[in-house]
Design a binder for this molecule. Structure first.
Ligand SMILES: NC(=O)C1=CN([C@@H]2O[C@H](COP(=O)(O)OP(=O)(O)OC[C@H]3O[C@@H](n4cnc5c(N)ncnc54)[C@H](O)[C@@H]3O)[C@@H](O)[C@H]2O)C=CC1
Ligand SMILES: CC(=O)N[C@@H]1[C@@H](OP(=O)(O)OP(=O)(O)OC[C@H]2O[C@@H](n3ccc(=O)[nH]c3=O)[C@H](O)[C@@H]2O)O[C@H](C(=O)O)[C@@H](O)[C@@H]1O
Length: 456
């Protein structure tokens, strides 16, 4: 059951007028708990702490909670975040714990940003349920619950609200609930959260929406878009990701036809995009990360309606690592070389430049395919830290020049790859999957995905 508190510090249904509520929020009189201190949650907790001065971060990982509570930053690759966490912990604006229920009992704004993953092509909301039920145990009348994790449409309505009611004994309307999606990219999280894009808020009732608008009015410099309800806001976030997966699939499918067209497809795409109704994305060796490849399954697996476009786009994008290896095989054969006899290096295991994340990464898929088909396979990635696939030896950028390469496949355009010592290699075929290089820079046979130089 929820604990009783001497004076309500909640915003939901508060008697005070809006200016007084804004002052209370900015003045530390509205305690906030942020559940999930990962790549997105820690930057979010920091910006909330800057705006409110009263944030308790919650994470199930004791090492994470202990580090943040001590002012250390366990999240890498976010400019400004280590300094912010140190400063905010030192001035008391940010603390951290593993005790979710205790934090929930003290807070009156609860922000949930735990992982929402996919397993066997179905959404895995177990972390969300655990966090939300803990919030429910500590929930008080007048509190507001905000979900920032990306979730399938209808999750707040059909799952989160019932979980909160069941654990708290309160009814929706005694507390507020809003879906306010995280529209942030790793590597620029603080900038994005502070206001790179409009913030979308969707409340379960008008009062929830009002409170969410008031809170994010103090968090972001960007416009706050209030939509009809949480499900609409959930759709906004998922639709953004679906658009991206389908759009990239169009670019990829066109790239696989480049040989038949006999043109450089990215050149045609670039010029097609010069008119405002066309925004075809970039072809590449695949679509990685733990968002875009998975959001389609938040719809495909969750709803009865047919989703042939979403499923086909997934198949196109999931084929691209294979297509990339086929193009490499063809490029070697055109020069009388057999993939089975070559030494190959994959440049880029991260799913995108500068981010230490290999989930669903095209570079990992390409390395795995090459490990089955080539004589020797190396992987070079100055950003990621996890082990390469079986049969693939990780080599540093400094050491790769000592290895005699027959094939180099660029799958991630890390900035550090600008200094690849191409001239150190005697006779290497280069397949550039991300258009990071031009022929002059490489000085070896260069094939680029979609350049029309192959049979297909
Ligand atoms: N990573 C990205 O680029 C973006 C992610 N998102 C969404 O943000 C959400 C969080 O993703 P990330 O921060 O990337 O995940 P992450 O994997 O980097 O961090 C998740 C953190 O939550 C903690 N955690 C797990 N279960 C918990 C629980 N029950 N209570 C408290 N903490 C718990 C983990 O220990 C970890 O520290 C996901 O829904 C994702 O879809 C949205 C936009 C961008
Ligand atoms: C709609 C949108 O742009 N969503 C962003 C996306 O960020 P994410 O970190 O997943 O990176 P991304 O740029 O979408 O790239 C995903 C994957 O797709 C590939 N990719 C991307 C764009 C493109 O034209 N071609 C392409 O092949 C990338 O190489 C990468 O492997 O997903 C994030 C999320 O929701 O997690 C979201 O916050 C970000 O704003």
């Amino acid at each position: 059951m929820s604990s009783q508190r001497s004076e309500p510090t909640g915003l939901y249904g508060a008697d005070a007028d809006e200016p007084a509520q804004r002052r209370a929020f900015a003045g530390g009189a509205v305690p906030v708990a942020v559940y999930g201190l990962g790549k997105m949650g820690l930057p979010l907790a920091a910006v909330y702490a800057e705006a409110s001065g009263a944030v308790t971060g919650v994470d199930i990982d004791p090492d994470v909670a202990e580090a943040v509570d001590a002012g250390e930053c366990p999240v890498e690759g976010e400019p400004g975040l280590p300094e912010a966490v140190e400063r905010l912990a030192a001035d008391g604006s940010l603390s951290a714990t593993t005790d979710a229920v205790d934090a929930a009992s003290e807070a009156s704004v609860h922000v949930v940003i735990v992982p929402t993953l996919v397993s066997d092509d179905r959404p895995d909301l177990s972390a969300l349920e655990a966090a939300v039920r803990s919030v429910g145990e500590g929930l008080d009348a007048g509190d507001t619950v905000i979900i920032e994790s990306t979730v399938p449409p209808r999750t707040c309505r059909d799952r989160v609200a019932p979980w909160l009611e069941a654990e708290s004994g309160l009814g929706l309307g005694e507390f507020g609930l809003a879906f306010c999606p995280e529209r942030t990219m790793s590597g620029r999280a603080l900038e994005d959260i502070r206001g790179a894009h409009p913030k979308v808020v969707g409340g379960a009732d008008d009062e929830s929406t009002r409170v969410a608008e008031l809170i994010y009015g103090g968090i972001t410099d960007a416009e706050v878009y209030a939509v009809s309800d949480p499900t609409t806001a959930e759709c906004v976030k998922v639709f953004e990701g679906l658009y991206r997966d389908v759009n990239i699939a169009l670019a990829n499918e066109l790239a696989t036809l480049a040989g038949e067209f006999g043109v450089d497809v990215p050149e045609a795409i670039e010029v097609a995009n010069t008119q405002p109704f066309c925004d075809i994305h970039d072809p590449g060796p695949g679509v990685g990360g733990h968002c875009i490849p998975y959001y389609p399954y938040f719809v495909i697996s969750e709803f009865e309606g047919a989703t042939p476009l979403l499923e086909t786009a997934r198949h196109v994008n999931e084929y691209m690592p294979e297509y990339t290896v086929e193009r490499a095989t063809e490029a070697l054969a055109d020069r009388g070389r057999d993939l089975a006899e070559v030494t190959a290096a994959v440049f880029g295991l991260a799913y995108r430049p500068g981010v230490d994340e290999t989930r669903a990464s095209p570079g990992v898929d390409v390395a795995e395919l090459l490990a089955d088909r080539a004589e020797t396979v190396y992987a070079v990635d100055p950003v990621t830290t996890d082990s390469p696939p079986a049969g693939v030896e990780r080599v540093s950028l400094d050491d790769i020049e000592a290895r005699e390469l027959d094939l180099a496949v660029v799958t991630t355009a890390h900035e550090a790859f600008e200094s690849i010592p191409w001239k150190a290699f005697d006779d290497v075929v280069v397949l550039d999957g991300r258009r990071q290089f031009d022929g002059d820079a490489v000085g070896h046979p260069l094939v680029r995905l979609g350049d029309g130089s192959g049979e297909n």
